[in-house]
Design a protein around this ligand. Structure first.
Ligand code: PLP
Length: 470
């Protein structure tokens, strides 16, 4: 075998990967060891001499596997985590093997072209303005950052301030309107951008986390000068959508830039039966969404979508004499993201859309929503269990011990979550909602079918009955 061949390594990695994927359903749906046990497993002095190549890979697998979570399985309902579809993984392996630095189209025409085409497919699938530009980033966190950077630049430019050149010192203040149930990462993005996560105007939300239109109108009425309004498609706990049709015109009426965090919820647009939930969202100026949630690409993959390509480009462009400038009709990936060197995320996105197709994506989204609804309906009649939201999308919240006082119900909910995780039939995590402990269920893996949903719902009921009997 010549130096160049990696045949043995790639074969070995593939064997490990196949065995891992094939074993997920049989094992407990949680890591088998804790962080500290994993740390002990990995902790070794810095190697002074190198190790044999196959041995390194085998050792990595042996050390990592006990601490891996069944995130790619069919009964994983924790957080909002897609299933890393094998087609996306295969494309992503090739992306690594090809080793393309995806800064510009001269360096890697194919990676730049795949992004350009996958980006236009995304606009079509999500039915967003076709003139928008798309930046391929690590996830919705950075997508929120990129979109809000474009927003910051644009609203200040309109009052004669060049934030890209002059920064924020001395700039006119920007009013940021945001709902009380916005995702934590939006506040991080505001923090990175010098807009501050505390100096926002909070707008009240309803019991599902939707911005109250009357409160938004009142806040908008008080805002003066440059303004950014941040809305949401798919609340992380309830899946609720802001009322775009009513709110966006109010925001536009005061000249605000409207940004939408639609990390997973924006994908309702790709599903005819659910697209009504996000009606009017295309009236916004920018949208953040993920590939590694509903599109099932492997980590990491998100999209920053901006209607005004020039605002997007101004906020992100890296200019250096040794980097070629874009020419007419050519697209440099680095003009739409914070990074220069990065992986070619367009390949896995292209492959997933090509594999599922518009119909397959619509059917998958619909199936997840249907399963979430069915699981909630299975839980509702059980004494002591309450489902806290209408299940219009793929997310719901559960509380246990609802016939007990609130503090006791908090304890029972926590206890039931632990019991479910220990039983290991499925995985669900907890959260705090309206000041109280709840269990979250997110149905978003491509592998999850009706049977998996039923088995999981039964396991949740069984765990609750066991806790109630304690
Ligand atoms: C997951 C999520 C984010 C953050 O996305 P990452 O992909 O983790 O960076 C932001 N907003 C919402 C609503 C989310 O669900």
């Amino acid at each position: 075998m010549g130096q160049e061949s990696a045949d043995d390594l790639f074969q070995r990695a593939a064997e490990h990967a196949v065995r891992f994927r094939d074993s997920i359903s049989a094992g407990p749906q949680r890591p088998r060891v804790s962080y500290h046990a994993s740390l002990e497993e990995f902790r070794q002095p810095l190697p002074e001499q190198g190790g044999a190549r196959l041995g390194v890979i085998d050792e990595l697998v042996a050390k990592a596997e006990p601490g891996l979570h069944a995130m790619t399985g069919s009964r994983f309902f924790g957080w909002v985590i897609g299933g890393s579809h094998p087609v996306g993984v295969a494309a992503d392996w090739l992306t690594s093997a090809w080793g393309q630095n995806t800064g510009n189209h001269h360096a890697t025409p194919a990676a730049a072209a795949a992004e350009a085409v996958a980006g236009s497919w995304l606009l079509d699938l999500l039915d967003l303005p076709r003139e928008s530009s798309v930046g391929f980033v690590t996830g919705a966190t950075v997508a929120n950052f990129v979109c809000l950077a474009a927003a910051r630049g644009d609203v200040l430019r309109k009052v004669g301030w060049d934030v890209e050149g002059q920064g924020l010192f001395g700039a006119p203040p920007i009013t940021v309107l945001i709902g009380d149930d916005a995702h934590a990462t939006v506040f991080s993005a505001l923090q990175f951008l010098g807009l501050g996560h505390d100096r926002v105007v909070h707008v009240k939300t309803d019991d599902a986390g939707r911005i109250l239109v009357s409160d938004f109108a009142e806040a908008a009425g008080k805002a003066s000068g440059p303004c950014i309004a941040i809305l949401q498609a798919g609340q992380i706990n309830t899946g609720a959508f802001d009322d775009f049709e009513d709110i966006i015109p109010i925001a536009k009426g005061i000249g605000a830039w409207v940004h939408v965090d639609g990390a997973f919820g924006l994908w309702a647009r790709a599903c005819p039966q659910r697209s009504g939930l996000a009606k009017g969202v295309n009236g916004a100026d920018s949208w953040a969404t993920d590939g590694h949630k509903w599109l099932q690409t492997p980590y990491d993959c998100g999209y920053a979508i901006v209607r005004d390509e020039e605002a997007h480009r101004r906020a992100m462009t890296i200019a250096a004499s040794y980097l070629p400038l874009s020419f007419e009709g050519e697209r440099d990936p680095s003009h739409f993201v914070p990074e220069l060197s990065r992986r070619a995320r367009g390949f896995a996105t292209w492959a997933m859309i090509k594999h599922l197709g518009r119909d397959g994506i619509a059917a998958m989204v619909e199936r997840h929503c249907r399963i979430a609804h069915a699981m909630a309906e299975r839980l509702r009649p059980e004494e002591g269990i309450a489902v806290l939201n209408d299940v219009a999308l793929n997310q719901f919240l559960v509380r246990f011990g609802t016939t007990c006082p609130d503090d006791e119900a908090d304890r029972l909910t926590q206890r039931t979550i632990e019991r479910i995780q220990t039983d290991g039939v499925c995985f669900c995590g907890g959260a705090i909602w309206r000041g109280r402990k709840v269990m979250r269920v997110s149905v978003i893996s491509w592998l999850t079918d009706d049977l998996a949903g039923n088995v999981a719902a039964d396991a949740i009921v069984a765990a609750w009955r066991a806790v109630r009997g304690e």
